[in-house]
Write a protein that binds this ligand. Structure first.
Ligand code: ACM
Ligand code: ZN
Length: 629
């Protein structure tokens, strides 16, 4: 089967174009080939968004063509239950549907017949489908239908937001185990896979800490803490699966509180969970967030990054390498509402991982891989795949040139070009210029539109960047304390570089501070009268990014003697939230003052409030620019 795929790939693209021929020609060649890793998979979350079975068939065809052998279906979540269960019909009547914030109802599930069809379709193409039934966490949809299995009895609703939620199965209630075992029996009837995935990740222990039944269980079973209670939970499920001839696989949290006897670990929080498990002679599937998360944008994981992945942890001794079975790319779908988005996230990056897993990691082969990949795009189109981009087509930098502000596009690959346009407040028409012919020069603030192109065709979407030019543009900024290393933006030039952040907090324009204040001195290039200071703050509660508590401004003419700058009033114009992410411009009208140095202190929100899922943890502060007018 895999050999046939190799031959198909040798004929890319002609063989796939539907062209009719009498004969097909290849040069004489001899191929000796075998996979470097035995587990080569894609995990697809069909819960946050639901994908019709025809889309699953298409993905099975693609997995097969790229010699992958595992489709891991993430079937249950806080936001929806997607598998028919006969014994508990409310799992489909209630748990499969959520009421969105706008009142609409979203949901669906696969019937047993659908799933059996999927399994059979996959089997014909030598793909194993591994079902994932999440426990004890990510189970709020199930608990909405059967709240008696939660610690405090509900009422509970199917979640219509993204994040990690505290309602989890009660570990002190035997009915929980009867419920889950009954479900697993039905699951095993549909899926013949050796492995059953039980999730195990991100189970907040808050309910267990406060539940008499869970605490009683811990006493009876001599469990030291709630992590050991989770471990008890997983071990009990593992025994059940083993008794039915199946193996348990779970996310790396199943290491916490003691790994059950035969469990296989899927390492997602970096490589270390995988290394630890392998050192304990447990099998491992790798899918670290650093390389394998296809829900992440190209700024975090581009094609070259995924191709550089080595599933073997660097610090794992050779004799334990055999425990690393392979890897999966993880396709979480919170922000993937439909097939077009799904395609653009999975392709072409999944092909990069497919080659790593089949041929073994080798970064020196990247250019060769890249060139071979180009021939696959027409074939992907025939598969009805709308591929995304390989990498961010450009970076952006603002420089000063002949008294103009010039925007440079940086890090452009040689086969990429771009068109650009500026939208000022007055102008409605969009005139496009070729970047190669014409530098991007700005005389006033505006919105820069960039359309990357590849081989004369538009490549990806137009990017929109707001640019603010103001009295502190290019001013030196002196930091007392540092930004967090994960969100440096452009470092010490970031807050005066004119680039305004978008709703994507990883766009490279947002600088992040975790649990600390922003404390800087902006040195204007010349003494000026200042009457306004504007700052945008990102707000994304689910990612712990909060608006600041307070602002303090001081000014100086000589950089030695500072006086408080009087804030006359503050206008806060929060824009509409997009998927819970809001940009908050704060406009501080200050008493008009001559100054050369502006000291800006922005107080971090502090600890997350009691109402937050991560109450008590440090909040993030995200800022893009200090605009001085
Ligand atoms: C995971 O990403 N929570 C496995
Ligand atoms: Zn409980």
């Amino acid at each position: 089967m895999r050999g046939i795929q190799t031959v198909r790939q040798l004929f890319v693209p002609a063989f796939h174009s539907g062209e009719k021929r009498q004969a097909w020609f290849l040069p004489c060649l001899k191929i000796e080939d075998k996979p470097a890793f035995e587990h080569r998979g894609l995990m697809l979350d069909v819960c946050r968004h639901f994908f019709e079975k025809e889309i699953i068939f298409k993905y099975i065809d693609l997995l097969s063509f790229y010699k992958m052998n595992i489709l891991h279906l993430h079937l249950t979540e806080d936001q929806g239950w997607r598998i028919q269960i006969d014994q508990y019909p409310k799992l489909n009547e209630i748990s499969s549907y959520r009421t969105e914030k706008d009142g609409s109802v979203y949901g669906g599930y696969y019937t047993k017949d659908d799933l059996k069809e999927i399994v059979a379709y996959a089997k014909e193409r030598h793909i194993v489908v591994i079902p994932e039934i999440e426990l004890p966490g990510h189970s709020q949809a199930a608990l909405a239908a059967y709240p008696q299995l939660s610690c405090n009895g509900g009422p509970i609703e199917v979640v219509n937001d993204w994040g990690v939620f505290k309602e989890i199965y009660c570990a002190g209630n035997d009915s929980t185990f009867i419920f889950l075992e009954t479900i697993l029996l039905e699951v095993m009837e549909i899926f013949p896979s050796e492995y059953i995935h039980i999730g195990g990740d991100e189970a907040p222990k808050f309910r267990w800490e406060n539940c008499p039944k869970c605490q009683q269980r811990m006493k009876e079973e001599n469990l030291a803490d709630e992590h050991e209670l989770q471990s008890y939970f997983i071990k009990r499920i593992e025994k059940f699966l083993n008794d039915h001839g199946r193996k348990l696989i779970g996310w790396d949290e199943i290491l916490e509180g003691g790994l059950s006897e035969n469990a296989t670990v899927q390492s997602w929080r970096g490589m270390d969970g995988g290394r630890l498990a392998a050192e304990q002679k447990h099998y491992v599937v790798m899918s670290p967030t650093s390389h394998c998360y296809l829900d992440y944008g190209l700024d975090a994981i581009d094609l070259k990054k995924i191709y550089s992945f080595n599933p073997i942890p660097a610090n794992l001794v050779a004799e334990n390498h055999k425990y690393i079975l392979g890897a999966e790319c993880n396709m979480w779908t919170e922000h993937v509402p439909d097939e077009i988005n799904l395609d653009s996230k999975v392709f072409p990056r999944m092909i990069g991982l497919a080659e790593v897993l089949w041929s073994g990691p080798d970064t020196s082969r990247y250019d060769d891989f890249y060139n071979r990949l180009q021939k696959h795009y027409p074939v992907l189109e025939l598969f009805d795949v709308r591929s995304g981009m390989e990498n961010n087509p450009f970076g952006m930098q603002v420089i000063e040139e002949d008294n103009y502000y010039t925007i440079l596009l940086t890090d452009m690959q040689s086969d990429i070009s771009a068109k650009w346009s500026i939208r000022n407040n007055q102008e409605r028409e969009t005139t496009w210029f070729e970047y190669e012919d014409s530098n991007i020069k700005l005389m006033s603030s505006g919105t820069l539109l960039i359309q990357p192109t590849k081989k004369g065709k538009n490549y990806g979407a137009v990017t929109t960047t707001n640019i603010a030019l103001h009295k502190a543009t290019f001013a030196d900024v002196l930091y007392k304390g540092e930004w967090h290393y994960s969100y440096p933006a452009k470092g010490e030039s970031s807050l005066t570089d004119g680039l305004i952040g978008s709703h994507n907090f990883r766009d490279g324009n947002w600088q992040g501070f975790w649990g600390t204040d922003l404390d800087v001195i902006v040195e204007l290039r010349e003494q000026s009268e200042v009457s306004k200071v504007k700052m945008n703050f990102l707000e994304y509660s689910n990612a712990w990014i909060m608006i600041p508590k307070d602002f303090h401004l001081a000014y100086s003419l000589d950089g030695i003697l500072y006086k408080p700058l009087e804030i006359m009033h503050t206008i806060h114009v929060g824009t509409n939230a997009q998927e819970g992410i809001r940009i908050n411009p704060f406009i501080l009208d200050v008493k008009p003052t001559q100054l050369k140095y502006l000291k800006v202190n922005v107080e971090n929100y502090g600890k997350l409030p009691a109402s937050h899922e991560a109450a008590g943890q440090d909040a993030w502060l995200f800022i893009d620019e200090i605009i001085v007018e």
